[in-house]
Design a protein. Sequence first.
Length: 133
Amino acid sequence: MTQRTKFKASVYILLLIIALILLFWFNSIMVAKARDYERLADLKVIQGKLTANFFKNNTYELPGCLNNSDLSSCSAGGDINFLGIADPLNSGEFKYIVYNLSESDFQLGFTLETKMGGLNPGGHIYGKEGVIK
């Protein structure tokens, strides 16, 4: 094998390795974005359930849902059921947290992994009017 052939083979292997690294990096970003889309969709479902409770009982408060608790462990009972609604990762900082359920408002904490829809990665609060901060 000539020196030139060895050099070409080395360059091709290096390009293949770079392409594979970029592919895995791009895939991880797309998976994180998909989880963020799922989080935003979950928040709309949760908002719908809390709004239905408000119209029925004139309050956002739910028995069995404590402030500063994980929404997936919330046992509201009755017509309101949060079973199956959990953050796609549901570990560490990636959970839906009930910050406040009062008679006139609700606040839920959530965390995004990527920048999406004008929201930066990190923690945010969602209320009846949408994202608060």
